[in-house]
Design a protein around this ligand. Structure first.
Ligand code: OSB
Ligand code: MG
Length: 375
């Protein structure tokens, strides 16, 4: 592949309902879409999934947009890249910023698989024709309200229910759902809202038979996650804490959890997600694919990676309509019982809906081989 042009678009996609995590309430997915064009005219798409503010991790939209346009993309455009895995060498001087790197890696995989005339899932080594999905539910006003929201999603066909929790909105909320739905696959996601002082509180969740608790402690705290896992029976799933293959190895060695929510963006792209699920599988760690309230572009890439054999649990890849009335891909992602079908077309397998994309775009920037690296 030789990329001749890159286009970045800041895109605000309105959410049907606000989504509340332990750190913020969101009304729109304020995202960034990257388009790469190869010298043969093939287009590939990737998404820079960071939010507009650095709450989930250190990345945020304006920072990543500048980093991509001023530093990363000028090092990619105009270079011969044989395989998407090879791009990391070209930008190895840039620390972390995995979500920015992931946008480039995903767009390269899209082009690469289109050139091989294969669905992205197949190019990645995937083996499934459909992937299981669950729903992630934001913090609600009361336990009773959460129970009604859960009932609605169960009626829609979801089988795995994830509820956002935070101190003060945890045990009562999950216990109310468990009392109403005794056998549903239920889990809580804390987005790092607890501290080692809160162990007693987290131990109280054990009798609720949660399938896992996601990221209870701070991202860097693999040590206390290991201590906590020894004291609770609920499996710990790491999200924010695992940003690389090296983190995966440390988690395994320390015993910091039993499950990984692999977000393609958080780990720096499909190439790295693929390695992490392999390493996890070899070590008895179960994986599933997480989401960032992604637009259809990242959602399509999530569907593809979740076809790999290490992804053995329901994924946060709900259909487009769970989030948006209008997505920027066509067709929108659809649910088929508790699954999403894997497209059979080459590449990500969806087309851009240019009407919606153009309407939702706030700003566009093009990078060509003549664009100078200014820093
Ligand atoms: O931790 O998984 C998370 C949404 C925003 C920020 C962090 C997270 C989430 C989700 C939503 O849980 C997952 C989805 O895209 O459905
Ligand atoms: Mg999470």
């Amino acid at each position: 592949m030789k990329i001749v042009e890159a286009t970045l678009r800041k895109v605000d996609i309105p959410l049907r309902d606000p989504f509340e995590t332990s750190f913020l309430r969101m009304y729109a997915k304020k995202t960034t879409i990257l388009e790469l064009k190869d010298e043969d005219g093939t287009f590939g798409y990737g998404e820079f999934s960071a939010f507009n503010l650095p709450f989930y991790n250190e990345e945020f939209r304006d920072g990543g947009f500048d980093l991509l346009s001023e530093l990363i993309l000028p090092k990619i455009v105009g270079r011969e890249i044989k395989h998407p895995d090879d791009m990391y060498d070209l930008i190895k001087s840039i620390r972390r910023n995995n979500m920015a790197k992931s946008a480039v890696n995903c767009a390269l995989w899209d082009i690469y698989s289109k050139q091989q005339n294969e669905p992205l899932a197949k190019a990645l080594g995937g083996t499934k024709s459909k992937v299981e999905v669950g729903v992630s539910i934001g913090v609600q006003k009361s336990p009773e309200q959460l129970v009604e929201v859960v009932r609605g999603y169960l009626n829609d066909g979801y089988k795995r229910i994830k509820c956002k929790i935070k101190p003060g909105k945890d045990y009562d909320y999950l216990a109310a759902v468990r009392a109403e739905f005794p056998t549903v696959q239920l889990m809580g996601d804390a987005n790092s809202a607890y501290r080692p002082d809160d162990f007693e509180l987290l131990k109280r969740l054990d009798p609720l038979n949660l399938i896992m608790i996601e990221q209870p402690l701070e991202p860097g705290d693999l040590l206390y996650h290991a201590k906590l896992q020894k004291q609770i029976k609920t499996p710990i799933c790491l999200d924010e804490s695992v940003t690389s293959l090296e983190d995966t190895d440390k988690m395994i060695e320390l015993g910091s959890g039993k499950i990984i929510n692999i977000k393609v963006s958080r780990v720096g792209g499909l190439s790295i997600a693929k390695k992490i699920q392999q390493r996890a599988m070899e070590n008895g760690i179960k994986c599933w694919c997480g989401g960032m309230i992604d637009s259809g572009v990242a959602r399509a890439e999530n569907i593809a990676i979740a076809t790999l054999p290490g992804y053995v649990l329901a994924n946060d890849i709900a259909p487009s309509i769970r989030y948006y009335d209008r997505d920027i891909i066509t067709p929108m992602v659809q649910m088929n019982r508790a699954f999403v079908d894997v497209p059979e077309e080459a590449g990500i397998g969806f087309d851009i809906d240019w009407t919606n994309m153009n309407e939702f775009t706030l700003e566009t920037k093009k990078i060509t081989a003549d664009t100078e690296v200014t820093v």
